[in-house]
Design a protein around this ligand. Structure first.
Ligand SMILES: [Zn+2]
Ligand SMILES: [Zn+2]
Length: 253
């Protein structure tokens, strides 16, 4: 009886000592997923995180030509998520680029020319989740290349990536976009050969929904109602008309 009493005291003391440690443990454990391309679910993993974001998405990208990812970012921007992008300055010399698409549709976009190449491929979601790896946001990275993508839920790590994102954003140039990117097929990449060289006189492109006969100027309020996956961008007015679209009565493109 006396011996059992001592055992009880020792067990109780051990439990009391263990409680604070147990309480601290869950938050400190990051969760990590990994995906490998080709066709290993990298694009889907990126899209899932974009769709789940509640407050902010910070993008750092070298080559960014994936139409589905660009459209998912537009959708997030439209539901009130603060989306901002810092892209490599090569996006300016590319004939077609996501930089133009994002900038035209209202996402603050900057180009970083302070390095030989700005080679990061990172997105930071809600200050909690970081995706990074070799995976560029392109169709070839998804379909043709050997790449890896990590999805890491770790607020501490996300804070370090956010600080690095801000450092690069701080020395990057704001980009307003030029010409227009063509996103005719949501399943396809941007179509490099279909986009004419931009000129100073060319406006910021014309937009329509795949579900509507009407096309708009980029600034028309009707554009904000078009779902990202249905969004089609025409480089010229003639191109929109050739596709069977009629000018909007309100914005008179
Ligand atoms: Zn930089
Ligand atoms: Zn309109």
């Amino acid at each position: 009886m006396k011996r059992n009493g001592w055992v009880a005291v020792v067990v109780l003391a051990a439990l009391v000592a263990a409680v604070p440690m147990c309480r601290q443990e869950p938050a400190a454990t990051p969760s990590i997923e990994v995906y490998f391309s080709p066709r290993g679910g990298c694009t889907e993993a990126v899209m899932r995180q974009i769709d789940a974001a509640r407050s902010s998405i910070l993008v750092q990208a070298y080559s960014f030509t994936s139409a589905p990812i660009a459209k998912a970012l537009i959708e997030a921007h439209r539901r009130g998520v603060r989306v901002e992008a810092v892209l490599d300055s090569s996006q300016k010399s590319e004939k077609y680029s996501a930089a133009d698409f994002l900038a035209h549709l209202g996402i603050p976009t900057r180009l970083d020319d302070k390095h030989a190449i700005a080679h990061n491929k990172v997105m930071i979601f809600d200050g909690e989740v970081v995706i990074t790896g070799s995976f560029n946001f392109t169709k070839s990275a998804e379909l043709s290349n050997a790449e890896n993508l990590l999805v890491i839920r770790d607020p501490g790590l996300a804070a370090r990536y956010t600080a690095n994102w801000r450092e690069h954003a701080g020395h990057s140039e704001p980009y307003v976009g030029r010409g227009a990117a063509v996103l005719a097929d949501p399943a396809s990449d941007f179509a490099p050969d279909a986009v004419p060289e931009p000129s100073d006189s060319q406006p910021a492109g014309y937009l329509a929904s795949t579900n509507s006969q009407v096309f708009h100027r980029a600034g028309c309020r009707s554009v904000s109602k078009i779902a990202g996956k249905n969004l089609t961008v025409y480089a010229t007015r003639d191109e929109a008309i050739a596709a069977g679209k009629k000018p909007c009565a309100e914005c008179k493109p």
